[in-house]
Design a binder for this molecule. Sequence first.
Ligand code: S3P
Length: 169
Amino acid sequence: MKNIILCGFMGCGKSTVGKRLAQALDYTFVDTDSAVEAHAGKSVSRIFKEDGEAAFRRMESDMCRTLGAQTGLVIATGGGAVLNSDNVNVLKSNGILVWLKVSAQTVVERLAADTTRPLLQCEDKEAAVQRLLVERNDLYHAAVDVVIDADSAAEDVVADILNFIKHPY
Ligand code: S3P
């Protein structure tokens, strides 16, 4: 039972889609950010503030290694996780990587009121989203097995992923 690993930018719907997908497949849903928070005993925001982004990335990599060694999981990764090739390798060894691709407009709409993403706590959130998407989109593309359009509703995204799993190309 290969894991299904959902990758993509903040706000692309990894957690919402992941929970529904896990239910449909009778897999266990895990979110790397939540798992890191539970392990560290504090929120991602606090880890960034008190320990720095590099410390968070190390915790995230440790969690990818731990979860990648298990089976029957739908894993929602943090938006930066698959930018590190070590994380991609451990997750891919036992899983199918799915990129939920979203536009900047969707992210900005979905995260307009969000205060939990340290990388987007700046004056011009839209510019930060645009810049990070430009930096990251090629890396997401290179890392994954399949690209799914995630500007649409969660149920459509789940249906597209299930369709790919049944009929991989
Ligand atoms: C990050 C995305 C966040 C979280 C952290 C860094 C990123 O996860 O891991 O704030 O670098 O894109 P979500 O994608 O679940 O918001």
